[in-house]
Design a protein around this ligand. Structure first.
Ligand code: HMG
Ligand code: MG
Length: 317
């Protein structure tokens, strides 16, 4: 029988970037203590995530949830070999990131003008003017630079975003010296056909090993989109433990695809990452309990429920 799934990615090239501590916690309405953030990051590094997006050096007026970025970076236990990434929206942020010894700095712009204005208070063009000195500073210090393209699949204000707009931004990020570029589905509207088209178009311009899929799960398409991306040859995905992110009180707003769900998908495809799904489910339980929110990972919730199943009585006694 013919294989229905034609994966172009080898086991060794599949990688997960855990973004829960940053993308997930930046949206939490409740205050998350610095201790909890540090413990979350330490637990994630202990189970083998090689790349963790730890926090953001953005304006605390815009994102008060991550105002403790410097303290978090100062107090986490650095595991050798782990890349701790942080976001920076300007040179001020990049300088703080350098002082905090971040291994990778993520600059972020958008394929939609309106979103860019709402998110970082400047046009896409102005974002590149801001990021030029950021790139210079990072390169001078030998720190990796990653560029994230919000609204690669659609914008909450402008609706559909043409593939050509995403490619234009991706090429500019590459020219700026980005080591990696994220195709971000900010509002989770992407679907399989479109994902394949964008991944193929982007990989015509940028080596596919430098691209990553950053899919929010708002419309429940993220896992399907990861499968479609694998078929198109993409192997790096961002995910959030317990599907952190979004606001439980804002209808429709959801976080990144849950890490547990992605690990289960990959395991089923024989694409083992070396990260223990069971241990990640425990981390999901830890963070959901600590911040008092439901676990948004179906796999995580199923594994945790199994643990609480009562064993049948032992009649041999
Ligand atoms: P602005 O108000 O135009 O900035 O904001 P400004 O330069 O006029 O500065 C205003 C104040 O902020 C000043 O303080 C600055 O010092 C301070 P004041 O003089 O009023 O006391 N400030 C800073 N403080 C700390 N760190 C900094 C910094 N920069 C300025 N780096 C700005 C412009 C870009 C700063 C602001 O819009 C901002 O911080 N935006 C960040 C928004 C954000 O973090 N969004 C979420 C992350 S992106 C994301 O989630 C998408 C992604 O996941 C992919 C996807 O899913 O799409 C990556
Ligand atoms: Mg995001």
């Amino acid at each position: 029988m013919r294989e229905a799934f034609n994966c172009l990615v080898s086991k060794s090239s599949v990688r997960i970037v855990e973004v829960g501590p940053r993308d997930g916690l930046q949206n939490e309405k409740s205050t998350v203590s610095t201790e909890v953030k540090i413990e979350l990051i330490n637990r994630l590094s202990a189970v083998g995530f090689a790349n963790i997006e730890a926090t953001s050096f953005v304006s605390p007026k815009w994102v008060p949830q991550l105002a403790d970025a410097a303290e978090v970076m100062e107090r986490i236990t650095r595991r050798p070999g782990v890349t701790y990434s942080v976001l920076a929206p300007n040179l001020q942020g990049a300088e703080k990131a350098l002082a905090a010894r971040a291994d990778e700095v993520v600059i972020f712009t958008a394929a939609s003008e309106t979103f860019c204005l709402k998110n970082i208070n400047c046009t896409v063009e102005q974002s590149f003017e801001r990021y030029a000195p950021v790139a210079d500073a990072l390169k001078a210090n030998g720190v990796r630079l990653r560029g994230s393209i919000s609204c690669s699949f659609g914008c909450p204000y402008e609706g559909d975003v043409p593939i050509s707009s995403v490619i234009k931004v991706a090429k500019r990020l590459q020219a700026l010296g980005c080591d990696a570029i994220d195709l971000a589905d900010t509002i989770g509207v992407g679907t399989v056909k479109r994902v394949k088209e964008l991944v193929r178009a982007a990989s015509d311009e940028i080596p596919i090993e430098r691209l990553a899929g950053h899919y929010h799960d708002t419309f429940g398409q993220a896992l399907a989109n990861i499968l479609a991306s694998l078929e198109a040859g993409l192997g790096v995905f961002h995910s959030s433990v317990a599907g952190l992110g979004g606001c439980p009180y804002a209808p429709g707003a959801t976080g990144n695809v849950a890490t547990e769900d992605v690990l289960y998908l990959l395991r089923g495809l024989g694409l083992e990452t070396g990260i223990s799904l069971d241990e990640v489910a425990s981390i999901g339980d830890f963070i959901c309990t600590a911040i008092g929110r439901p676990n948004a990972s179906k796999t995580g919730a199923a594994l945790l429920a199994k643990r609480t199943l009562r064993q049948p009585p032992d009649d041999s006694a």
